[in-house]
Design a protein around this ligand. Structure first.
Ligand SMILES: *Cc1c(COP(=O)(O)O)cnc(C)c1O
Length: 355
C-alpha cells in the first residue's frame, strides 16, 4: 500500500520554550490515518493535516471500548540523526493487543513504514533540549455504526505525535508508591497484557485516590488472590533483592513492556542475576524491612526508569534502601537513555535511524 501525503498549508507555530512542553498536550501538524472494512482489509493509508474525527454516536468504540493503542518515541541525537527505539516491538505488540480485542492486525513492516514516514514529515517538531522527544500514539478503534455486541466490521487506525518534555527536568527523582489492596487492574484470562483503553479506565480511581494521599502511583496486586505483585500504573516493576533483579513474569495479566524487556536483556548481558517470578507482597515488604530490598524501579517508555523511594502497604510505609536513587537504577537509566539518544553503543541493534 502506498501512503499518500497531503501537507498542511497552515502549519502551527512550534513551541518555543521546550521546558514547558509537558506530555501529550501539544500535537503536530499531521497525522497518519487509514480505515479497515471486513472483506476489504486496510485501505486508503495517508498522512494528512491533523484534524478532528467525526463519529456517529452509535460508533462501537463509544459503547463497548474496542480500542487499543501504543506509545513510543522518536529522539533527536546530538549529531542530528533521528532515532527510534525498537519500534517493531510496538508494531508486534499492537497486533497481540488487536488479537485479544478481536480487531484486525496491521502488517508490521507497513506499520513501521507509516510511523517512520510520519516522523519524517514531522521532523522539525522533534524538540532539541536534553531529554525531550517526539511521542507517537498509534491508536486503533472499532467504528461500526450499530449497537449490537460483537466484533465490529469497520475500524480506524491513526498515529498522532506530541512533542514531549523531559520526564525528569530536575534529574531522576524517587517516588512513593502505594500497594493497592482494594481495587484490581487485571484478572486471569482478562486483558492485562493488551494495551487497551479499558485497562486504564478501571485503574483511574485507584490512581486518583493514591495521588490524593500523597503517592505517585499504585502498585497492583494480582486480581485473584491480591498477594502477588504485578506492575504500577503504566510501568513494569523491578526489585533488587539480595543482589538479584526480580520482576513479575509475563503471565497474561501484566503488560509486556519494551523497556522491561530491554532492561532485562541489558542486565543479563552485564552478568546480573535476573528472576522473572511471582513475588509475594509479604516477601517484598519483609525484604524492604530487613534491608534485603536495596532498590526498586519502574520501567516504561515515558520515564524509562523511575526510582521508587518508598513503598506503602496497608498501614505501613517503608523506605527502599536509603530512599534515594539506587546505583543500579541510575546505571540502567543512563545506559538505556544513552542507547536511545545515540550516545552509547547499541550492541543489540535496537535503534532505527529515520532518514
Ligand atoms: C505501556 C505500558 C507499560 C510500559 O511498556 P513500555 O513498552 O515499556 O513503554 C507498562 N505497563 C502498562 C500497563 C502499560 O500500558
Amino acid at each position: 500500500m502506498k501512503i499518500d501525503v497531503t501537507l498542511t498549508t497552515t502549519p502551527k507555530a512550534k513551541p518555543q520554550d521546550e521546558s514547558k512542553l509537558g506530555f501529550g498536550k501539544i500535537f503536530t501538524d499531521h497525522m497518519f490515518i487509514m480505515e479497515y472494512e471486513e472483506g476489504k482489509g486496510w485501505m486508503n493509508p495517508r498522512i494528512e493535516p491533523y484534524h478532528r474525527l467525526s463519529l456517529d454516536p452509535s460508533s462501537t468504540v463509544l459503547h463497548y471500548a474496542q480500542e487499543i493503542f501504543e506509545g513510543l518515541k522518536a529522539y533527536r541525537a546530538d549529531d542530528g540523526r533521528i532515532l527510534m527505539f525498537r519500534p517493531e516491538e510496538n508494531c508486534r505488540r499492537l497486533n497481540r493487543s488487536a488479537d485479544r480485542m478481536c480487531m484486525p492486525d496491521i502488517d508490521v513492516d507497513f506499520n513501521l513504514e507509516a510511523m517512520k514516514e510520519l516522523v519524517k514529515v514531522e521532523k522539525e517538531w522533534i524538540p532539541h533540549a536534553a531529554g525531550t522527544s517526539l511521542y507517537l500514539r498509534p491508536t486503533m478503534f472499532a467504528n461500526d455504526e450499530a449497537l449490537g455486541v460483537h466484533a465490529a466490521k469497520r475500524y480506524i487506525y491513526f498515529i498522532i505525535c506530541a512533542p514531549s518534555g523531559a520526564y525528569y527536568p530536575q534529574g531522576l527523582a524517587p517516588v512513593k508508591i502505594r500497594v493497592e489492596d482494594r481495587y484490581v487492574r487485571a484478572v486471569r484470562g482478562g486483558t492485562g497484557f493488551a494495551k487497551t483503553g479499558g485497562n486504564y479506565a478501571v485503574s483511574i480511581k485507584a490512581g486518583d485516590e493514591a495521588v490524593k494521599d500523597g503517592f505517585a502511583q499504585v502498585l497492583w496486586l494480582d486480581g485473584e488472590t491480591m498477594q502477588y505483585v504485578q506492575e504500577v500504573g503504566a510501568m513494569n516493576m523491578m526489585f533488587l533483592i539480595n543482589g538479584t533483579i526480580v520482576t513479575a513474569p509475563l503471565d497474561g495479566s501484566i503488560l509486556p513492556g519494551v523497556t522491561r524487556d530491554s532492561i532485562l536483556t541489558l542486565a543479563r548481558s552485564e552478568g546480573y542475576k535476573v528472576e522473572e517470578r511471582k513475588i509475594h507482597i509479604d516477601e517484598l515488604m519483609d525484604a524492604c524491612e530487613s534491608g534485603a530490598l536495596t532498590e526498586a524501579w519502574g520501567t516504561g517508555t515515558a520515564a524509562v526508569v523511575s526510582p521508587v523511594g518508598h513503598l506503602a502497604y496497608k498501614d505501613k510505609m517503608l523506605a527502599v534502601g536509603d530512599a534515594g536513587i539506587g546505583k543500579l537504577t541510575r546505571h540502567f537509566y543512563d545506559r538505556l537513555t544513552g542507547i536511545q539518544w545515540g550516545r552509547l553503543d547499541d550492541p543489540f541493534g535496537w535503534v532505527t535511524e529515520v532518514k
